[in-house]
Design a binder for this molecule. Structure first.
Ligand SMILES: Cc1cc2nc3c(=O)[nH]c(=O)nc-3n(C[C@H](O)[C@H](O)[C@H](O)COP(=O)(O)OP(=O)(O)OC[C@H]3O[C@@H](n4cnc5c(N)ncnc54)[C@H](O)[C@@H]3O)c2cc1C
Length: 578
């Protein structure tokens, strides 16, 4: 063997080694789409683990659906562990919640009642509310595993029933029914648009959690402060960058914002489903995912804050905290008069919010003020202004938050928990236990970040398996211990009726089509967004490059990025949707 040939071989081998070393050392890249709390969490976690992260947000500001109230009520560590972890990591200020917010109260035809008042002054309503709660609790008890709510045929059948159908059977007196409707539409959506199984599953998740733990403290500045804490940590954020297309191939992903393309190894897609509908994916999503994007129900909830010089309700009633009204006022928060005035945040939810879409902002404020003035005649004189946030028709949100409609758990359960090739999904709507909450959004961001890590390490994700529906005979095992499933379901006390396999009542009619989105005012900016100059982009811009049409193939295993800390698995403890 000649010395020259040996030298050539050595050079080739050395070359191969250095290519391998380069591949090993190459910093993995990820694009996070959506700058709400889910996207911010995913970006933060991946950046901490050594990834080059670029966050693309459609709006000029970050924070997405963070709340309007200047300070948010939050649960304690037991009920919202992930939220509390970030609050402590970022050293955000909280104050303990005062007593008045810890339990809801009621405004019945203009008269204010605490829960205790109701028992003595409106015993029929109080008893009916108790019966409703007991029946709902029985229903929730029948779900053993909230991660798998349709574990048997009987539970599966509940998904075909709407909550209003179930409430009709309870035959509550009119006032109690109005209050129950109001509570459900504020937390989820109109009862007629909500799957009974979803309602039961969510009640199961929060079963045994006390109101005191759920409203334990106040986050000063509200959730926008948390969003800003994440923003401060992130190196590359591009606001006003609505993503229009994502294509994947064997080498990576290309993300298009107008005519500009960004390339990276992976994508975290943290936008609500209606917004996802506007992003073109290549290869295209399958029929089930597309059906979910178009069909999954979102609750409607808009917020209007009315500002007064003084608390006009003081003369008549104390009014404080979270109040459910039986009139068109919806659910109200009375904000403590911290800045010399008094604020009422009125939540218009469900069909009340849908109807209000016909009104402009000022008209909407007037409508609410007229109703308040009817009870509190000083209201008009003391009124100083309003702020409105419309989540329902904002095209980047398409609703307040996920609220599965009848039949939708059966079709779309845990669909977005699994990555598709190089794309992992995040957002409150992808969290199984805590959709519609800050906790759910944060958990989903952590989960997506750890999935991207796993993908880079060569792990492949199987589509989520639907746990087979067990024999009808095993139905409602827990509920069956006391009464039977369907007698408990409707608040009865007889246990003579046998457990049936099929739904005994007609499936709920499909919810009425949602009115076409009206033009809306953009939500108030969370805080000035940090816009990085283009040179700081961590992914390669590929301006005007046509999007690759090649279908994604299985990609070779990549070495995982250096990990500073193991990904914290979010604990599955309980919290409250509101
Ligand atoms: C009225 C209301 C009250 C609430 N109250 C509470 C409460 O008291 N407690 C609680 O825990 N939770 C509450 N929530 C829920 C909580 O606010 C949400 O669950 C959470 O903020 C959702 O975060 P997200 O990141 O999943 O989605 P989002 O915040 O919606 O973030 C998605 C982001 O993606 C962006 N985007 C969309 N399309 C594109 C695109 N094509 N390209 C780039 N970016 C795009 C959007 O602009 C948005 O910023 C409330 C929600 C509402 C609406």
């Amino acid at each position: 063997m000649s010395a020259g040939w040996l030298r050539a071989c050595a050079l080739v081998v050395m070359g191969l080694f250095s290519v391998c070393a380069l591949a090993k050392d190459k910093q993995p890249t990820v694009i996070v789409i959506g700058g709400g709390l889910a996207g911010l969490t995913a970006a933060y976690e991946l950046q901490n683990k050594g990834w080059q992260v670029t966050l693309l947000e459609a709006k000029p500001s970050l924070g997405g659906r963070s709340g309007m109230a200047t300070s948010e009520w939050i649960g304690n560590e037991k009920t919202q562990p992930v939220l509390n972890k970030y609050i402590s990591t970022f050293k955000l200020s909280t104050t303990p919640a005062p007593e008045f917010v810890r339990t809801p109260s009621y405004l019945i035809d203009g008269t204010y009642f605490t829960a205790a008042d109701l028992t003595t002054k409106q015993p029929a309503t109080a008893e009916a509310l108790k019966r409703y709660e007991t029946t709902l609790d029985d229903l929730a008890r029948s779900i053993e595993d909230p991660q798998n709510p349709s574990a048997n045929n009987t539970l599966h059948a509940l998904d075909q029933i709407s909550v209003s159908n179930w409430l009709d059977r309870l035959q509550l007196p009119a006032t109690a029914r109005q209050l129950v409707n109001q509570q459900i539409r504020t937390r989820y959506d109109e009862p007629s648009r909500l799957s009974l199984l979803y309602f039961a599953q969510q009640t199961r998740v929060y079963r045994g959690v006390s109101d005191r733990d759920l409203r334990a403290a106040r986050l000063l500045g509200g959730s926008p402060v948390l969003a800003q804490a994440f923003v401060k940590q992130l190196k590359t954020i591009k606001t006003s960058s609505p993503v229009s297309a994502i294509s994947q191939d064997k080498d990576g992903v290309t993300v298009k914002v107008g005519s500009v393309g960004y390339q990276a190894d992976y994508v975290v897609l943290a936008v609500p489903l209606r917004a996802l509908n506007k992003i073109q994916l290549t290869p295209a999503l399958d029929a089930r995912h597309q059906g979910a994007i178009k069909g999954t129900n979102y609750g409607w909830r808009d917020q209007i804050m009315l500002k007064f010089k003084t608390p006009v309700w003081d003369s008549k009633a104390r009014m404080s905290g979270e109040i459910y009204s039986n009139t068109g006022l919806g659910m109200m928060w009375i904000e403590p008069a911290m800045k010399g005035g008094a604020n009422v945040v009125v939540n218009l939810s469900g069909d009340n919010a849908r109807v209000m879409q016909a009104f402009g902002d000022k008209q909407m404020a007037d409508q609410v003020l007229i109703r308040l003035h009817a009870f509190y005649p000083q209201a008009r004189g003391a009124f100083t202004g309003y702020e409105i946030r419309r989540y329902s028709t904002d095209p980047s949100m398409g609703g307040a938050y996920l609220a599965f409609g009848p039949g939708q758990i059966s079709k779309y359960w845990r669909l977005w928990e699994m990555p598709l090739q190089r794309v992992a999904f995040a957002g409150e709507h992808t969290d199984t236990l805590y959709p519609g909450t800050l906790e759910g959004a944060l958990r989903s961001g952590q989960r997506a970040a750890s999935q991207v890590q796993d993908l880079a390490a060569g792990k492949s994700f199987e589509p989520a398996k639907v746990v087979p529906v067990a024999a009808a005979a095993a139905a409602g095992a827990v509920a069956a211990k006391k009464g039977n499933f369907f007698t408990n379901l409707f608040g009865g006390d007889s246990d003579k009726e046998p457990v049936k396999a099929a739904a005994p009542i007609a499936p709920a009619p499909a919810p009425a089509p949602v009115p076409a989105p009206a033009p809306v005012q953009a939500p108030a900016p969370v805080a000035p967004a940090k816009v990085e100059p283009a040179k700081k982009a961590t992914v390669k811009p590929v301006a005007k490059k046509p999007v690759a049409k090649t279908p994604a193939k299985k990609t070779p295993v990549k070495k995982a990025a250096p990990v500073k800390k193991p990904a914290a698995k979010p604990a599955a403890t309980q919290t409250q949707a509101q």
